[in-house]
Design a protein around this ligand. Structure first.
Ligand SMILES: C/C(=C\COP(=O)(O)O)CCC[C@H](C)CCC[C@H](C)CCCC(C)C
Ligand SMILES: Nc1ccn([C@@H]2O[C@H](COP(=O)(O)OP(=O)(O)O)[C@@H](O)[C@H]2O)c(=O)n1
Length: 345
């Protein structure tokens, strides 16, 4: 019982029911509940693949083999054994205080974010990575990994506020360093282009603000947040990395677009944004985070792929506009959020 209740906190209620039934050796007939009160409706017909999946799940519940997806089962199993290996006092403390999970997740993610930026700074400082590439890899990975940590947080109404603390703290830090309130040469070297501390007040600061707003508005309950993160972090970041290398000799965007930007960079943005969105939404769907246990990205989920592709193409066009008008991090995120909301909310 202890481990079952603990896994509710660590893997969401759907998984918890599975763990309870498998441990006690009986099948659970409890109705599944999701933590979300968010009303989600994907446009279009439910695909055959999803229907088949649902049927398979129902069958496995009847057979007492569990009701979560394979990923959810694996995740909850690992977390359950982690919790059950703790001493009983810690277990009951963690169960009584749901907030502890959010605090632990926040502390871990904040530490991870500081270490991650530091790691890339070190790689650039030791000339293992070129400084520009290191900065862009921070751009691609930070927000993407941050979205992946959303599964560590609890199911409480305040859980997303805890998650929002992570980019908020980074935003505050960038603002303090950029405006000269505190000095941190390493941070300046890691995220500025030319070494000026005031640069932190633009791209990097906007990036963290977008992550804050995305977490608060969309959280892990719809694909929209994942679409925004995939395009602003993955897509925009890879456009630069690929564009600088392959785009030099290839075709460039004509006016009124930024003539320095290449079609190769934009194509890389579309491909990366698409792959990141599909992977993240599939992962969180399999873990049971979307309402109605929706899993996106089956082999015949054509409508879903079409919406994501359209959003990626639109964002690539917006990204190719001159950054002097609006910062890429804001314009790309705004278009992704708008199109995602129209399609999925
Ligand atoms: C360099 C960055 C943006 C610049 O954008 P642009 O000017 O090239 O368009 C990214 C700055 C990242 C920031 C310093 C750190 C953000 C951390 C994030 C909120 C949490 C990551 C957690 C994870 C576990 C690594
Ligand atoms: N679609 C794109 C985007 C960037 N790039 C290349 O990446 C460089 C930097 O792009 P950017 O000004 O958007 O960079 P950030 O503002 O995102 O850091 C450009 O000057 C191009 O060489 C590209 O070739 N194609």
């Amino acid at each position: 019982m202890l481990s079952a209740r603990a896994s509710i906190r660590f893997g969401g209620e759907r998984e918890a029911l599975f763990v309870l039934s498998s441990r006690s050796g009986r099948s659970s007939s409890s109705s599944s509940t999701t933590s979300s009160s968010f009303c989600f409706s994907a446009r279009g017909k439910e695909s055959d693949w999803i229907k088949r999946r649902r049927r398979r799940r129902r069958r496995s519940v009847d057979g007492g083999k569990g009701k979560g997806g394979k990923g959810a089962t694996v995740a909850s199993g690992a977390l359950t054994s982690m919790v059950s290996s703790m001493d009983p006092t810690t277990q009951s403390f963690m169960m009584t205080h749901a907030v502890v999970r959010d605090v632990v997740a926040t502390v871990l993610t904040i530490s991870g974010s500081l270490l991650w930026v530091k790691l890339f700074d070190e790689l650039a400082r030791r000339e293992i990575l070129e400084a520009k590439l290191s900065r862009k890899l921070v751009h691609v990975t930070s927000g993407t990994f941050f979205a992946m940590t959303w599964c560590l947080f609890g199911d409480q109404w305040y859980s997303k506020a805890f998650a929002t603390l992570v980019p908020s703290l980074q935003a505050f830090r960038l603002f303090a360093i950029g405006s000269g309130l505190i000095e941190n040469k390493n941070a300046v070297r890691a995220v500025s282009r030319g070494g000026g501390k005031e640069e932190l007040l633009y791209g990097p600061f906007y990036y963290t603000i977008v992550l804050m707003v995305t977490t608060l508005l969309f959280w892990r309950e719809s694909p929209v947040g994942f679409l925004v993160v995939s395009l602003m972090c993955g897509g925009d970041g890879v456009a630069d990395i690929v564009g600088r290398r392959l785009g030099k000799t290839g075709k460039k965007w004509p006016k009124p677009f930024d003539e320095r930007k290449s079609f190769a960079g934009s194509a890389a943005m579309v491909i990366t944004g698409f792959l990141f969105t599909v992977s993240l939404t599939h992962l969180f769907g399999v873990m049971g985070f979307f309402p109605n246990n929706r899993v996106f990205g089956g082999p015949d989920d054509i409508g879903y792929y079409a919406v994501i592709l359209l959003a990626c193409l639109s964002c690539a066009v917006v990204e190719a506009l001159p950054a002097s008008k609006v910062d890429d991090n804001i314009s790309v995120a705004a278009v992704a959020a708008l199109l995602g909301s129209l399609a999925f909310l």
